[in-house]
Design a protein around this ligand. Structure first.
Ligand SMILES: Nc1ncnc2c1ncn2[C@@H]1O[C@H](COP(=O)(O)O)[C@@H](O)[C@H]1OP(=O)(O)O
Ligand SMILES: [Mg+2]
Ligand SMILES: [Mg+2]
Ligand SMILES: [Mg+2]
Length: 330
């Protein structure tokens, strides 16, 4: 079957798979000692290496496309950061990518765009850095935005258990192309055919499964608890890091994902949402901000015209927005 953005999808999937391999290799090196010292160096290395892998692939396949990525190499180029740069080089070597320090920084900085344009990619090389460091969920998130709308999204979730037909082995990918649905792929078996995913049909709020951040600084747990009470939701919220939350809503394991502002001055970043939004929309779900507006990807790095992000299977959306309004969150 041929679809639109076929080449883009193939390139994005391959790039995200390679980035996931690098990230898993770095995550495996995290020892209890590193964790205890609250040493962020593993995520630093993996963030840069992942962005280098993906941006290198995009530069090769789509040299004219700008990339708005989370990271840039400015800090990495400081003399005292040489050990990190060396480790990034080593990790890239393990997946068969050889580059000089200058080339590596050049790949990373391919993601240094910050202005909106008609066609651009946005990349979060590691989304959910706290989850990554805890050895838990994180994602590599890549989306192509054309005329302000996500048209292609790929989420790599290296630690998220696969669903049918791969039976719980860890590591899956999600992809979506606008108008063509959303699919999941095995991370392990790159020859396996994808399987389409679909949101749940839950329409009774009381039986809904909610998911939210592990980190209470990223989404107000107090407000989601109030919402759950109002809607008579008795099940505990599922807490996981990263855009894996969009993935579990897309495949119907959770019915909603709430990202409720914890402070006035934080604007959500486009790379934290673009890929996940398209995966959920194409799986049949609904995504808006607290005011019921679509997310607006036309303002550079930030979703500065939106507040909060509400993701549901669709049937639950209006009840969630209304109730949030009623408890004074919207
Ligand atoms: N104050 C904040 N409010 C909302 N999101 C944040 C905040 N600080 C960092 N983030 C970003 O939230 C996302 C992860 O949140 P969660 O896993 O809880 O959903 C990440 O993209 C993280 O960046 P990063 O990509 O560097 O991890
Ligand atoms: Mg992120
Ligand atoms: Mg990140
Ligand atoms: Mg970050």
């Amino acid at each position: 079957m041929s679809g639109s953005y076929e080449n883009e999808l193939a390139v994005a999937l391959e790039a995200v798979r390679a980035a996931a391999e690098v990230c898993q290799s770095v995550q495996a090196s995290i020892t209890p000692d590193v964790l205890e010292k609250k040493d962020r160096s593993p995520v630093t290395v993996a963030d840069y290496a992942s962005q280098a892998v993906v941006c290198r692939a995009l530069a090769e396949a789509f040299p004219d496309d700008p990339v708005i990525g989370e990271e840039d190499s400015a800090a990495l180029q400081q003399p005292d950061q040489a050990p990190f740069l060396n480790r990034v080089k080593e990790e890239l070597g393990k997946v068969g990518i050889d580059g000089t320090p200058e080339e590596i920084c050049g790949w990373i900085d391919r993601g240094g765009q910050s202005e909106y344009s008609n066609r651009f990619w946005t990349l979060d090389p590691i989304d959910g850095t706290k989850g990554f460091l805890r050895g838990e969920q994180y994602a590599i998130a890549l989306a192509l935005i054309v005329d302000g709308k996500p048209q292609l999204g790929v989420l790599g979730c290296p630690n998220l258990p696969t669903a049918e037909p791969w039976d719980g082995q860890p590591g899956c990918l999600f992809s979506a192309v606008a108008g063509e649905g959303a699919a999941t792929w095995s991370m392990e078996d790159s020859d396996a055919a994808p399987v389409m995913v679909r949101v749940s049909e839950t329409s009774d709020p009381a039986s809904a499964v909610m998911c939210e951040s592990v980190e209470s600084g990223h989404s107000s747990h107090g407000h989601s608890a109030q919402l759950a009470e109002k809607l008579n939701i008795s099940g505990q919220p599922v807490r996981l890091d990263s855009q894996a939350k969009y993935a579990v809503v897309a495949r119907g394991e959770a019915d909603m994902y709430l990202r409720l502002p914890t402070r006035k001055d934080y604007n959500e970043k486009i790379w934290d949402h673009a890929a996940g939004v398209l995966v959920v929309l194409e799986a049949g779900g609904t995504v808006t901000d607290l005011a019921g507006r679509e997310l607006d990807f036309t303002h550079g790095r930030e979703l500065r015209e939106n507040r909060g992000v509400i993701v549901t299977n669709g049937p639950l959306h209006s009840a969630v927005l209304e109730t949030l309004g009623a408890i004074g969150v919207a």
